[in-house]
Design a protein around this ligand. Structure first.
Ligand SMILES: *Cc1c(COP(=O)(O)O)cnc(C)c1O
Length: 423
């Protein structure tokens, strides 16, 4: 689809253009396998010499159409859908990082990613160096050495809601000939396109706003095509022969799509973190309304955040769209259309008052999930973090009174009325 189209048009039109008398809506190719006219053709597919589908663990026409839509929305050259956001995070890093190497990650990231990096990938011999948002460029650069492969951050951090200074970290990474990977889950390509600010790889948990209806777990990796792997000289896995494909050199055979091709043909083949055609079709359908939905989430959340800020039963409100937010300037730069639907705030009276507030809600549901059409709440101190003492909670950045509110796309007056009666 033409690069000139705006995001709203791409969300609808990109990825699937039917030919004469073909189905208007993307078909669900619920098939694991494909048929060939000759053994030679299949042989060429196995050698990556021909285009086409081989086996649904690696690619599928329905999934390919949704991948093309997301790549177009983010402004990348290619995308790879995965079975979950966790799979996208893992493959995006492991594609260019091996045992004995290290990465620098922002400390303000999703807790599941922190576990993946600090526990599971550490067991694979990959060292994680965490950069806190208050560090200077010099302090961050001191963490980068010849074995550092990439920098990783999250546009709007879940759940801290800090805004990642993409351009600054892209410049830091590029100064050391390494790429920047950005998890753009909360912002979506409608509110922010990290590639426009220098990010090289963008990933998502599509489980959140992209699906938007809390129905399908999934992830995606988008390759900008902008990072020059050959010029960097550090990424031998992309610039020297892959013996598992008869010596293909990804940068020579696939040019700007080297990274995303290797992620698919090598890691998807070996790890099998594959999305299903049926549920990827659902993701593609839901993406069509993403621009409308995320705007309403953002508008509703800003109105709710402003209302909470004025309420005398509320101790504090954290939302990057508020002028009181320490990240407001960054939000204006990176998120001019809005800051998504997630707000955190404190109820006066601490842990007990927060629990009483949650139990009194009628419209907003208590769930673990965030970022879908329905307004929902979570009180970490009494649920996900309930084993911790008040002191330990504060150390983890979760105050006992903290309520995480995921503002949905219902009528905002109804949402505020529910909060008011519960407070
Ligand atoms: C939820 C989430 C993930 C993990 O995604 P799953 O689809 O649950 O595996 C990764 N990053 C962010 C920012 C998330 O919110």
């Amino acid at each position: 689809m033409s690069k000139e189209y705006q995001i709203e048009t791409k969300a609808i039109q990109s990825g699937y253009q039917p030919g004469n008398s073909e189905p208007r809506v993307l078909p669900i190719y619920q098939s694991t396998t494909y048929k060939y006219d000759s053994a030679d053709h299949l042989g060429d597919l196995f050698d990556l010499k021909a285009d086409g589908h081989m086996y649904t663990r690696i690619s599928n026409p329905t999934v390919a159409a949704v991948e093309a839509k997301i790549a177009d929305m983010e402004g990348g050259v290619g995308a790879l859908c995965t079975s979950s956001g966790q799979a996208a995070s893992f493959i995006s890093i492991f594609n260019i990082t091996s045992c004995g190497q290290n990465i620098v990650a922002s400390s303000a990231i999703y807790g599941g990613t922190t576990n993946l990096l600090a526990v599971t990938m550490k067991r694979m011999g990959i060292e994680i160096r965490f950069a806190t948002p208050d560090m200077t460029d010099e302090q961050i650069e001191a963490m980068i050495d010849e074995n550092t492969r990439l920098i990783f951050g999250e546009t709007i951090a879940n759940p801290a809601l800090t805004v990642f200074d993409i351009e600054r970290y892209a410049n830091l990474a590029h100064r050391h000939n390494i790429p920047l990977i950005v998890d753009n889950t909360f912002a979506t390509p409608v509110l922010c396109r990290p590639i426009e600010f220098g990010a090289d790889i963008v990933i998502h948990s599509t489980t959140k706003y992209m699906d938007g209806h809390a129905s399908v777990v999934g992830g995606v990796i988008v390759d900008s095509g902008n990072f020059d792997w050959a010029a960097s000289g550090k990424f031998l896995e992309l610039t020297t022969p892959d013996e598992s494909y008869h010596g293909v050199v990804y940068t020579e055979s696939f040019g700007k799509a080297a990274y995303i091709t290797k992620a698919r043909t090598q890691l998807m083949r070996d790890l099998g973190m594959t999305p299903q055609p049926l549920t990827t079709y659902m993701l593609g359908m839901n993406l069509e309304s993403l621009p409308l939905r995320i705007q309403r989430h953002s508008d509703n959340a800003l109105a709710v955040a402003k209302w909470l800020e004025q309420n005398d039963k509320v101790a504090w409100v954290n939302y990057p769209g508020l002028e009181s937010s320490p990240d407001h300037a960054l939000a204006q730069k990176y998120l001019p259309k809005g800051c998504c639907g997630v707000i955190s705030f404190g109820v006066k009276g601490g842990r007990e008052a927060a629990v009483r507030f949650m139990d009194s809600l009628k419209l907003a549901a208590i769930v673990v999930h965030v970022a879908d059409a329905r307004t929902s709440v979570l009180h970490p101190a009494s649920t996900t973090h309930r084993q911790l003492t008040d002191e330990q909670l504060v150390a983890a950045g979760v105050s006992p009174d903290l309520v995480r509110l995921s503002v949905g796309i219902e009528n905002v007056e109804d949402i505020i009325a529910d909060l008011e009666q519960a407070l």
